[in-house]
Every structure is written in structure tokens, then in C-alpha cells.
Design a binder for this molecule. Structure first.
Ligand code: DGJ
Length: 743
């Protein structure tokens, strides 16, 4: 890994073993020209020959020069209005109401390692040898402002991270209307755009389209990264597949409103940018203040989408997730939500805990409904006082009893919300996000607390702290069940209302930071009505996220497949629930439900006191299986084999780093009569290693398993009757293969 600057100090080449990124300073204007991003290329003393200048009809910056149009120069961090008419990476309104900026290169600095981003989540290094950071300082003399563009290149990871920081060095405030985290001007448009699309209960469906000329984007303006799109975008070559070909991934480490946009111009230049959504954003930057953008993580892969995903998985697992739980196996939990919803009492909870203990489950999570008069979703959010009718011994007494029975105890909170019937609402009505003289829209009967105010964050911290400090709590599920409407904060001036959404998310991060600082051993699971905030920002605080409120195994094939585009299995909250399934009414076998849930953090969400003895035996076996293989599932390399988006068969597998062990899952959604022969080709094994599949006597070399595959048809040799089929086909079948190297 290296950052090389040529002798003029005006050309920069950042590279590691897999990827190169090149840009330079333009001679006359001192702005930055982008030259190359992609597969690693040889370093040379100059890359100036990569610049392209055609004489085209255009507006030009310099008199007598017809090739000084920024419209035709690929740029690093473009502005609008000085000869470039495309969407810019930044937009400022200055004291005279103008949007024109001119940030010019002033100097650069190369640092070992990677500096943290103040108040914001970001990837990190543990040792300075893991990365190098280039900081480019540009200055706009008229605006009296500094812009620092940071680029970090990692060693041994095909990753480049980017962020931008604006500093007001003048005497007057100005407004940031747009401040993207990263921009890349690719020289062509021969790409398909891959993104994750969804809604509540059907998050993270993989979608892709060829780029077209014009603007295409995914975004959120809902106050959360959202169920609808994920802050992620990949540009893949049309011939790239899961396992072959060139893919560029862009992922924003942020949990609020975002924009990921590609603008293809008439010359087929593709401008991709990612950052806080400029829509509804306007930040007042006072003299001597700085604005820091979130981080954009760019991944280059020449081994298809799966190669990109593996890079994100490894980076996010090891250098985004932090703290006590990062490198630890997570407890197998049982959550009472789908078992009881709001109707439970201490006795019911303890019955669940006792039954769970017998089956080897390790953690009980008490979900919504333990506080105030919360008997349905109309009441009590914000008054975090235990309901002593349901729980006469309080959370303290209950948590102690659960621990005495041998399970850890976890608790649900929805810290950002308030119901109207609470003491909190009565005392501080101005703490609700709402616009004066306008209707307060509700979502699930609840209102959003103004987390842009420090006093709100302090108050909620104290309330949570009261419960946590007096009880035995090992896990917290932090939920968030509605989007932000009528965004307005009475604590901010009229010209700062465009700051509400971003300040809100900074408030969420602040509360998380305070809680994990005080309780570093508590395992946090983030949740937002399922996966509305499954984003890299929250992984910095909560190592796992509840992926969806849809717990149906077949729906989960799509949700977990899509989520795995970016997020590691160790972060994907996944449970076995009851049938008929509560979201879609589907009846799936209990082994298939577990075979899907294994590929995540694994747990249960059903009334375990009501399951049959046969199912109990199955669950006991599943729990034992997961305990044996959870290390491999958490740390192994994940390969997607067959996609639920275009086939009746779905498959994925995890291979240990040393390639000695693998777990393969195969799911056949609908049964077919008198069906074709099936073979499942594996990935990621060592071709020369000899492997055995658990429960079978035959052995296979890795090359055989990867090139011929596992033969899935049965061997009914010597059967005496044509109809002698011992395995009756049925819908939603699945199978797990455990593969181990034999010496
Ligand atoms: C939405 C979550 O996603 C569910 O798992 C559950 O915690 C409910 N909220 C509780 O209200």
C-alpha cells in the first residue's frame, strides 16, 4: 500500500495490491482532475497522459482556451456553475447569495493510519501500518473557506475511504446546501447499477438496471437510512456476475437521509456521488466552525459482486464494528415478541426462560410492552418505568430471576420516541419534532423526540441508565418504528432548520456512544421496524441489526441474500419463528426455518412453551448445531451460490479462512414432481484438499466439489418399485452440508 506524489507535488497515486486511484491538480485553475480508479496499475512518475481534452462546444474558464471547461474534465469534487452544469459534489450559499465556489489546491499531507471522524461513525485501523491517509487541502479565497478531502487506502483490503470537511475561516457565516462524502467521474457508462430496494417486511431486495443517460439515484429523505433503499450502490460491468468481473461498491457510513446518485452525461461520463441527501439539508457554517461529512467506503472487486461483498464483510466485521463483542460469538437468544406481543407477565416470561434453558438457549430478550401502560402500540413510549402489574419485581427482579435460571437478560427500548399519554410528553411538549402551527403526523401512534437537542439525549440517557444500572442487562434491542415528519426543531434558529435531520442522527450516535462507554459489555442490536436502519453507521455502535420484521424463512431468503451484499453474517439478526408465519401465513418445516436463520446471529422468536416435543427435540439439535459452527459462520468467507431473485433454488455457503471447513445451505422453494437432476457447484474450497461431508462416507476433492458439484439427486440403486421414493417431495425443503477436510 502506498500513496505516491510526483515530483511536482501535483499528482497523486494511491494504490495497494488490488486497486489504484489517481488524480492531479489542474495547471491553470488549481482544481482537482480525476484520472483513474480501478484495478491496480504500475506506478509511474507521471499520469498526465491520462487527461482527455477535446475541443467541444462549451463554456470555458479561461479566455483563449477552449479546453478549460469543467463540463469536460473529470473531477474529484465538482462544483456547479463555473462551466460545469452537472450535479455538484458541493453547493454553498455565500453572504451575497451566490453559489459559485472556487476551491483551489493549497497543500497535501500524508499520514500513517486513519484519523477518526469526530462525532461520526467510521472504519478505523488498530495499527498505523494498516492504512495511509492523504489529506488534500483546498482553499476558496473569496469565501475564505478551507475544504479538506481525505482519502484512506488500506493495506491488503481493496478499500478506499473518502470524506470531506469544510472549515469557515472568514468572519461571516455561509450555508452548505450540499456536501457529498465522495464523487467519482468514471470515463464511461458501461455499467449496471445494483442497489437494494424494499419496504417494511421485504427489505434489501437486489435490483439492477443498466445505466442510462441522465440521472439515476437511490436515496432516503425519511430521517433514517430506511427500508426503501440502503445507503449502498454498486456499479458492475454488464458481464460481471456474482463471481466474475469488475464491480465498484459505494457504501455510506451513515444512518440518516442519504443520496447515492449516478449522472451519465451525453459523452457517457458517469458521475457517481454519495453523501447526506442535499434535499432538506442546509447547514449554517459560522466563522471558525467545521462541517464534517460522513465516510464513504469504496470497494473495487474483479471477482464480481461476491468479491465486493467479501471485502465489505471483512472490513465491517473487523474495522467498523468495535468493542467487547466484535470478536466474540453472540449468544443464541429467544425473544418474546412474536410469542406474546404485549400480553405477558412475569410468570409467562419465566416459563419461556425455563423451557429455553432446557434447550440450550443462552439469552432471553424482553421485547416491547414492559413499561407504563403499554398494552398495545398506542401508549407509554418515553416513560421508561416498569409496569408492576405485569412485572411485580420490576426489571431488576425479573433480570435476576432470569440470570438465576441460567440465561442472560436482554431488554427492548425505543429511546427516540414518545407517546402522547406520557409524563414526558406532558412535561416537555416542545421536545417533539414538529412544525409550529401544523399538524403533528403520527406513525404507529407515536412521535419523534428531538434528538438534535442535547438535553433530550441527556434525559433519555438518564432514564435508560436508571434501569440498566439497577438491573442485570446483557443485551439491548434499540428499536425505532417511524420516520420523521414535519421536521422542525424549536431549539434551532429559522435559518438552521435544514440542520434538523443531520443533528438528529448525531444525537442518536451521541446516546449510543454514552451508553456503550458506560456499559461496554452490553450487546446492542439495532432495529427500526426491522431493517429501516440496517446501515454501516449503526454497526459502529451496535454489532448486529434485526434485518426484518418478516420472519418467514422463504421471505428471509431474499432479505438475507440482499443484506449480505454489504453486511457480514455476524451482523444479520435472524430468528426461527412459529408457523403459520405471522407475516405471510406460510407453513415451513422447522428445519428449513433454522437452516435460514443459521446464516445470521441466530435465535428464536416463538412461544417455546407451546411447541411439541418433536419440535423441542429439533430445536435442541439446532441450538447444539449453531453452537458448534457459530464461529465458522461469524468469521468465514460467505459465498452466494444461487439467487432467490431468479430461481426456485437458493444456495449459499461459508468457508473457514483456512479452507478446512465449510457449511453449505441449499433451499428448494417449491417442490417439483419427477424433477430434473440437480448438482450444486461450490466455491471457495481448496481444490487440492480432500473433504468429507458430514453423515456421508464418500470423500471429495475441493476441485470436484467446485467443478462437478454436490450431486443432489438420490441414489436409489436396486429399488424394486418405480414409485419407491423414500423422500416425498414437499415445498420449502432445505439441506445443510457440513464439509470438513480429512487428512
Ligand atoms: C418492531 C420490531 O422490529 C419488532 O421486532 C418488535 O420489537 C416491535 N417493533 C415491538 O414494538
Amino acid at each position: 500500500m502506498a500513496i505516491r506524489v510526483n515530483e511536482t507535488g501535483q499528482e497523486f497515486h494511491l494504490y495497494n495490491d488490488t486497486t489504484s486511484y489517481v488524480f492531479r491538480v489542474l495547471e491553470k485553475s488549481n482544481q482537482l482532475e480525476h484520472l483513474y480508479y480501478g484495478k491496480r496499475i504500475q506506478h509511474r512518475h507521471s499520469f498526465i497522459h491520462l487527461k482527455e481534452r477535446e475541443s467541444r462546444p462549451s463554456s470555458n474558464m479561461f479566455e483563449g482556451d477552449h479546453t478549460s471547461s469543467l463540463e469536460h474534465i473529470k473531477q474529484e469534487y465538482p462544483s456547479y456553475g463555473t462551466t460545469d452544469f452537472r450535479y455538484p459534489a458541493h453547493m454553498i450559499t455565500n453572504q451575497i447569495g451566490s453559489h459559485i465556489t472556487n476551491f483551489q489546491f493549497r497543500h497535501y499531507e500524508i499520514r500513517k493510519g486513519k484519523p477518526a471522524l469526530e462525532g461520526l461513525p467510521a472504519t478505523y485501523v488498530e495499527d498505523d501500518s494498516e492504512a495511509e491517509t492523504l489529506e488534500i487541502t483546498l482553499v476558496d479565497d473569496v469565501l475564505k473557506s478551507r475544504l479538506v478531502l481525505s482519502y484512506t487506502i488500506f493495506t491488503g483490503r481493496s478499500v478506499l475511504t473518502r470524506n470531506a470537511k469544510f472549515i469557515n475561516e472568514g468572519n461571516e457565516a455561509f450555508y452548505l446546501n450540499n456536501a457529498m462524502s465522495a464523487n467519482v467521474d468514471f470515463p464511461d457508462d458501461d455499467f449496471e447499477m445494483v442497489h437494494l430496494n424494499g419496504a417494511w417486511a421485504r427489505e434489501a431486495h437486489v435490483d439492477w438496471q443498466p445505466l442510462f443517460k441522465g440521472n439515476q439515484s437511490v436515496s432516503s429523505s425519511r430521517g433514517a437510512s430506511s427500508h426503501v433503499h440502503n445507503p449502498f450502490l454498486a456499479l458492475k460491468r454488464p458481464d460481471a456476475t456474482e463471481h466474475f468481473g469488475e464491480v465498484y461498491g459505494f457504501s455510506l457510513v451513515y444512518s440518516g437521509n442519504f443520496l447515492a446518485q449516478v449522472e451519465v452525461d451525453t459523452y457517457s461520463v458517469s458521475r457517481i456521488m454519495m453523501g447526506i441527501h442535499p434535499f432538506q439539508f442546509k447547514w449554517k457554517l459560522n466563522p471558525n466552525e467545521a462541517f464534517q461529512t460522513p465516510e464513504c467506503v469504496m470497494v473495487y472487486s474483479e471477482t464480481g459482486l461476491n468479491g465486493m461483498s467479501q471485502t465489505y464483510h471483512e472490513l465491517y466485521r473487523n474495522r467498523l464494528v468495535r468493542g467487547y463483542w466484535r470478536d466474540k460469538s453472540r449468544p443464541i437468544l429467544i425473544n418474546n415478541w412474536e410469542a406474546t406481543y404485549f400480553q405477558f407477565n412475569e410468570e409467562k416470561v419465566l416459563n419461556i426462560v425455563e423451557a429455553a434453558k432446557d434447550l440450550g438457549i443462552e439469552l432471553f430478550v424482553l421485547d416491547d410492552g414492559w413499561f407504563g401502560e403499554r398494552h398495545d402500540d398506542t401508549s407509554s413510549l418515553g416513560d421508561w418505568f416498569v409496569n408492576t402489574h405485569k412485572l411485580p419485581n420490576g426489571i431488576k427482579g425479573l433480570s435476576e430471576k432470569v440470570e438465576a435460571l441460567g440465561l442472560q437478560f436482554g431488554l427492548w427500548f425505543e429511546p427516540e420516541m414518545v407517546s402522547k399519554d406520557t409524563k414526558l410528553f406532558e412535561k416537555y411538549p416542545e421536545w417533539v419534532i414538529s412544525t409550529p402551527n401544523r399538524r403533528q403526523s403520527h406513525g404507529r401512534n407515536q412521535f419523534v423526540l428531538d434528538f438534535s437537542r442535547d438535553e433530550v439525549v441527556d434525559y433519555v440517557f438518564d432514564m435508560m441508565d436508571d434501569i440498566i444500572s439497577t438491573s442485570k442487562i446483557s443485551y439491548i434491542k434499540w428499536d425505532m418504528n417511524r420516520y420523521i415528519t414535519e421536521a422542525y426543531s424549536t431549539s434551532l434558529d429559522v435559518d438552521q432548520q435544514g440542520e434538523v435531520f443531520h443533528r438528529y442522527i448525531l444525537g442518536v450516535y451521541k446516546l449510543y456512544e454514552r451508553l456503550i462507554e458506560k456499559y461496554p459489555k452490553i450487546l446492542f442490536e439495532s432495529c427500526a421496524g426491522g431493517g429501516a436502519r440496517f446501515d454501516p453507521g449503526l454497526l459502529f455502535y451496535a454489532p448486529q441489526t434485526w434485518a426484518s420484521d418478516d420472519t418467514d424463512a422463504i421471505e428471509r431468503l431474499k432479505i438475507q441474500y440482499g443484506t449480505s451484499m454489504i453486511y457480514p453474517l455476524s451482523s444479520i439478526g435472524s430468528h426461527v419463528s412459529a408457523v403459520p408465519n405471522h407475516q405471510v401465513g406460510r407453513m415451513t418445516p422447522i428445519d428449513t426455518r433454522a437452516n435460514v436463520a443459521y446464516f445470521g446471529t441466530f435465535g428464536y422468536e416463538l412461544d417455546i412453551t407451546k411447541v411439541s416435543n418433536e419440535e423441542k427435540r429439533a430445536i435442541k439439535g439446532q441450538v447444539a448445531f449453531f453452537k458448534e459452527y457459530r464461529h465458522l459462520i461469524r468469521t468465514g468467507d460467505f459465498y452466494r451460490l444461487l439467487s432467490p431473485f431468479n430461481s426456485n433454488e437458493v444456495s449459499w455457503m461459508v468457508v473457514s479462512e483456512d479452507k478446512k471447513e465449510a457449511i453449505v445451505a441449499y433451499y428448494k422453494v417449491l417442490a417439483k414432481p419427477n424433477d430434473k437432476y440437480y448438482r450444486l457447484k461450490l466455491k471457495g474450497l481448496d481444490p487440492e484438499k480432500l473433504y468429507q461431508m458430514k453423515g456421508m462416507t464418500t470423500s471429495h476433492y475441493g476441485d470436484e466439489l467446485m467443478n462437478i458439484g454436490i450431486i443432489l439427486s438420490r441414489d436409489y440403486v436396486n429399488c424394486v418399485s418405480e414409485n419407491e421414493s423414500h423422500s416425498h417431495p414437499h415445498d420449502y425443503q432445505s439441506k445443510i452440508f457440513v464439509i470438513t477436510e480429512i487428512s
